[in-house]
Design a protein around this ligand. Structure first.
Ligand code: AMP
Ligand code: MG
Length: 323
């Protein structure tokens, strides 16, 4: 799940100790929620699908219920029970494949967020149908970023960058060389570009930006790109006309993460309509012709697409600016 490069920057006299605490927490989250780890809580839920509810930690509970909220709001475009289809396509593994239409049709019946039963009193999660499989890969990294920020804050950090691959959280503001407080500059990746190219730079303080794209994990067959974000309505990698969806918020990286995946699947019009239901969350979408469309509330005045934009502090950092 957290199979990504993690880059933590904190302004603190004991930065190293704080980063160690954060890394420990990220590893804990992975142990609970990764489908790659045999005895993770999520895999326990999956093993008991159709059999019995499973009591889960508060962390897993938060992410499962958060995922179900996004599933409901997106009318099932985001579906945390996408597991059977993710497994069938095996994108990002050594043996990706194009499943037969009949196989896809059968597996689609197992993808059904409405068949996830939760009991808040007992804090249990139950997948009602045998063969169902939960996959929190579309949202857990956002929760991990929120937790990184929580721990940093609890340890006195006021300023820093939590960069978990496509999940970025900048805390407070940056102190420039003259000791002045200035916004962070966040690099937004140019879809499809070779590593090191940016689409633009956003000047921002205290916010999270999460990006989903079709270039993150994919394989190609007969000139078609099959990527890792599956549309539950078709069972195939989503083709909504978007190649990238970035979601910005001063609040929850977890919600941004779920929304970025959902908006990517829903496409421009329905994606922007979904964001309307989430005040405080705004989008920057890129379509397949590489038009960049800011949604309602996106701070365009702080966003620069200047080719010569200065190397960002965070996010899609130019190789030359790495420290
Ligand atoms: P992200 O990179 O955040 O957009 O998440 C992509 C990951 O989410 C995939 O690798 C899958 O683990 C999972 N996923 C794929 N399709 C969906 C979907 N329709 N709903 C929820 N999660 C999904
Ligand atoms: Mg996501």
């Amino acid at each position: 799940m957290l199979g990504t490069s993690i880059r933590l920057t904190v302004e603190s006299p004991d930065g190293e100790a704080v980063c160690d605490k954060i890394l420990q927490r990220l590893s804990e989250i992975e142990q609970l929620m990764s489908v790659q780890i045999d005895n993770s809580e999520v895999n326990r839920i999956n093993a008991l699908a159709g059999i019995s509810p499973v009591a889960v930690s508060e962390s897993t509970w938060t992410v499962v219920t958060g995922a179900l909220r996004i599933a409901e709001a997106s009318d099932g475009a985001f579906d945390p029970t996408i597991g059977p289809l993710v497994d069938a396509w095996a994108i990002g593994s050594d043996h990706p494949r194009i499943p037969e239409p009949a196989e896809i049709a059968a597996l689609r019946l197992l993808v059904d967020w409405k068949a996830v039963r939760t009991d808040s009193g007992a804090r249990t999660v139950f997948l009602e149908k045998t063969g169902m499989k939960m996959d929190l890969g579309g949202i857990a990294k956002g929760y991990a970023a929120d937790e990184a920020v929580r721990i940093a804050t609890e340890n006195g950090v006021r300023s820093g960058i939590m960069d978990l691959g496509g999940n970025l959280y900048v805390m407070g503001s940056k102190t420039d060389s003259r000791g002045k407080s200035v916004p962070w500059s966040l690099g937004i990746q140019r879809p499809d570009a070779t590593r090191g190219e940016i689409l633009g730079v956003l000047q921002a303080r205290n916010c999270t930006l999460v990006t989903s794209g079709d270039y993150e994990r994919f394989f190609e067959a007969d000139g078609v790109r099959y990527h890792h974000i599956i549309d539950p309505r078709t069972g195939y990698p989503a083709r909504s006309g978007l190649v990238q969806a970035g979601i910005l918020s001063p609040e929850s990286s977890m919600t941004c993460d779920g929304l970025s995946t959902a908006v990517f699947i829903l496409g421009m019009e329905k994606g922007l309509a979904l964001l309307d239901k989430f005040p405080g969350f705004s989008g920057l979408l890129v379509d397949k012709d590489h038009h960049v469309i800011p949604g309602k509330g996106f701070p365009v005045a702080d966003f620069s697409m200047d080719e010569e934009a200065t190397a960002p502090d965070a996010g899609y950092v130019l190789e030359s600016s790495r420290d």
